[in-house]
Design a protein around this ligand. Structure first.
Ligand SMILES: Cc1cc2nc3c(=O)[nH]c(=O)nc-3n(C[C@H](O)[C@H](O)[C@H](O)COP(=O)(O)O)c2cc1C
Length: 266
């Protein structure tokens, strides 16, 4: 079983929502996945000023040494002026020892992003390739082959690119990942895990596939305003439980709530 770490930085939860969906795609292949976040570099005072919610309790901070325990990585990078945030590059800068020992050499890596308007969604991921290259890692792009229809869907502002999954958070950060964004994220997880198994030669143990959120819930909030997004996030979404034929309720996750409430951001 390939051990995959999803490494994130997420202030308002959009990257975290995509990471959870990518994780479901990985799990559907029978491989192992853990989600981490990089250390915050902003002071609590600044975080309060930008109304950042507390980070998710179930997602631990990763250290450079932790990378040694994993076979492959997917990194979630929200844009900052078309580049990776300092928090991500700070983490990259802490991996000098791994670079010197070649610990990450030929390990597969995938990337995904979040932007408020779409500006910089590809350059942000490209900016990470310098680190990937110096480590001698194997970049596995999303490409078009498995998600042509989703990437070509221009009915809503498109967060993903062939570089990786993505979402558009909106100018005030209130827009949630769309059904399309979630489906692409799930597929990226699935495909990345399958390719990583080939590249690393580690056989996967097939486990029951989990449905993507895109398949199992109604669309989150494509193109919505703050109020509508908040409503979409907090409204209980009902779906038929195939096993019991009873309706079950899906409550908004903390990330959906914080993404729907948030404020800033260009
Ligand atoms: C300093 C700064 C620069 C940003 N630059 C851009 C940008 O160039 N293009 C863009 O679309 N969004 C930009 N954003 C918005 C973030 O990308 C957005 O907040 C993020 O994708 C939300 O992800 P999260 O909910 O996971 O934190 C910027 C935000 C900040 C704080």
């Amino acid at each position: 079983m390939v051990k995959i770490a999803i490494i994130t930085y997420s202030v308002y939860g959009h990257i975290t929502l995509l990471a959870r969906e990518i994780a479901k795609g990985i799990e559907s292949t029978g491989n192992e996945v853990s989600i981490f976040r990089v250390a915050e570099t902003l002071s609590q005072e600044v975080l309060d000023q930008i109304h950042a919610p507390p980070p998710p309790k179930d997602i631990p901070v990763i250290s450079a040494d932790d990378l040694k325990n994993y076979d492959a990585f997917i990194i979630g990078i929200p844009t900052r002026f078309g580049n990776a945030p300092a928090q991500i590059t700070n983490f990259f800068d802490s991996t000098g020892g791994l670079w010197a020992s070649g610990a990450l050499y030929h390990k597969p890596v995938g990337l995904f992003t979040s932007t408020s308007s779409g500006g910089g969604k590809e350059t942000t991921l490209r900016s990470a390739l310098s680190w990937v290259t110096h480590q001698g890692m194997l970049y596995v792009p999303l490409g078009y082959a498995k998600v042509f229809g989703e990437l070509a869907d221009i009915s809503a502002n498109q967060g993903a690119t062939p570089w990786g999954a993505g979402t558009i958070a909106g100018p005030d950060g209130s827009r949630l990942p769309t059904k399309n964004d979630l489906k692409i994220a799930y597929t990226q997880g699935e495909e990345f895990a399958n390719v990583s198994a080939k590249l690393t030669g580690v056989p996967a143990t097939k486990a029951p596939a989990k449905k993507s959120a895109a398949e199992s819930t109604t669309e989150a909030a494509a193109g919505t305003t703050t109020g509508a997004a908040a409503a979409a996030a907090t409204t209980e979404v009902k779906k038929a439980d195939a096993a019991t034929a009873k309706p079950v309720e899906k409550k908004a996750t903390p990330e959906e709530k914080s993404a729907a409430k948030c404020c800033v951001i260009m």
